[in-house]
Design a protein around this ligand. Structure first.
Ligand code: FE2
Length: 210
């Protein structure tokens, strides 16, 4: 089973390596970190189906649609369909319940999709993806994605206002809310620690620019 899972992981990671990411905040390094976060969270849930979590965490962004694109809100739905299609094309055998759970986990992972989930595996994948938006890596990704959308770091007259359209505004509007949105206790704990880095960064920034 472990050998089979490793093989599935390799096949799907190879697939994701050739998919051009929307931006460098969603590249193959992001996929690898989300997979590793998910495996770490699985350690607290031996009942979680690791095949489901492996597939969904690697394939959650398999249809990359830029945040400015009109189809962006459908990205997770399109990724869920494409994920199952890739499993069929690569002849990766799964049960009907695994199929249902993988579709659900990919569909529900996105914050913007705003869809509730009933499956533990979906909660693990969503937490794993959200953890990559917090802490030192979360800051780096925020600036990278913001830059890809042509946004300023902050607005001169309201640098610390939680608004869309700037990197700092996004941190204050969305990223600082993520620890409270985590499903699993382990993810909540990691998120709390990672938020300390963001708080320190914002305090330092305030001293530098105000
Ligand atoms: Fe992601």
């Amino acid at each position: 089973m472990i050998i089979e899972l490793n093989k599935i992981r390799q096949v799907l990671m190879s697939h994701m390596t050739i998919i051009p990411p929307t931006d460098l905040g969603h590249d193959i390094l992001h996929i690898d970190r989300v997979y590793k976060n998910a495996m770490r969270l699985c350690e607290s849930y031996p009942e979680a189906d690791k095949l489901v979590v492996t597939v969904a965490s690697i394939m959650h962004d398999c249809v990359p649609i830029h945040k400015n694109h009109v189809l962006r809100k459908r990205a997770s739905e399109l990724s869920a369909h494409e994920c199952l299609s890739q499993l069929d094309q690569k002849d990766i055998k799964i049960t009907d319940i695994q199929r249902e759970k993988i579709f659900d986990a990919v569909l529900c992972h996105s914050h913007s999709a705003n869809i509730d989930t009933k499956f533990l595996e979906s909660k693990i994948v969503q937490d794993a993806d959200r953890l990559d938006a917090i802490g030192a890596i979360g800051l780096a990704r925020c600036f990278t994605v913001s830059n890809s959308m042509g946004q300023s770091i902050y607005l001169a007259d309201q640098p610390f206002t939680p608004i869309d359209g700037t990197a700092i505004g996004h941190i204050l509007k969305k990223i600082i809310t993520l620890p409270n949105l985590m499903h699993t206790p382990e993810a909540k704990k990691i998120a709390k620690d990672r938020m300390e880095i963001i708080k320190l960064y914002l305090e330092a920034l305030e001293q530098e620019i105000l």
